[in-house]
Design a protein around this ligand. Structure first.
Ligand code: SF4
Length: 209
């Protein structure tokens, strides 16, 4: 599999926010979000070829692992890596961009699927693979990255048209301007969780955090 970086840090997003986590970031993404903050992970040729055994070795005894990208499901070896991580007793977050069929992801309570729904500001909102909504359960999460009121209205309408049985996270683009989002969610009485991108509050835009 193509890997662009790996590092220990804190989980910056979603329901496991703040948890010490080992990150494996694959190289190559099938989308091109306008505000992508990991452009260095978009091209497969920028990654280093590693076997699943090598990836398991660098993860070592880390308990919590996040497999992210790029888009991890672009890698044929990702389902095998997930199986190996679960067999090794680890808890895993798989971050996926919402455009790839989730049926290859092993069925395990140890795997949290963190799936995006791209809003209009990304330019990728028509690329979502909506049958995935049936796969997500209460252990998983659906993530909306919100840039403005157009995105917020889109996310609200999406959730009305597609009722889901999973955690729903709203986070602001850029990670720190939470006030508008928090006030809108409260006034609209939306049943979602507003979260920052913790790593950006702590480390800014630094790569590998
Ligand atoms: S899906 Fe993620 S990695 Fe791919 S372009 Fe969008 S933000 Fe960047």
């Amino acid at each position: 599999m193509k890997v662009v970086e790996y590092f220990a840090s804190l989980q910056g997003e979603g329901i496991t926010i703040g948890l010490q986590t080992y990150f494996v970031r694959t190289a190559g993404c099938n989308l091109h979000c306008s505000w992508c903050d990991t452009k260095y992970a978009q091209r497969p040729e920028d990654g280093r070829e590693m076997s699943v055994d090598q990836v398991m070795d660098i993860i070592g005894d880390a308990h919590s692992v996040c497999v992210t990208g790029g888009e991890p499901l672009e890698q044929p070896d990702t389902p095998e890596l997930l199986r190996r991580l679960v067999a090794a007793g680890k808890t895993v977050v798989l971050e996926t961009n919402g455009s790839k069929d989730l049926s290859a992801v092993p069925d395990s309570n140890r795997i949290v699927i963190s799936m995006d729904i791209k809003c209009p500001s990304s330019g990728m909102q028509d690329r979502m693979y909506l049958p995935n909504l049936e796969v997500l359960t209460r252990k998983d999460q659906l993530k909306f990255i919100i840039a403005d009121h157009i995105d917020l209205n889109y996310a609200e309408r999406f959730l009305r048209e597609h009722p889901v049985h999973t955690n729903v996270i709203f986070s602001p683009v850029g990670g720190v301007d939470l006030k508008m989002l928090a006030e809108e969610v409260v006034s609209r009485r939306l049943d979602v969780r507003v979260l920052p991108q913790l790593h950006k509050i702590i480390w800014g835009e630094k790569k590998g955090c």
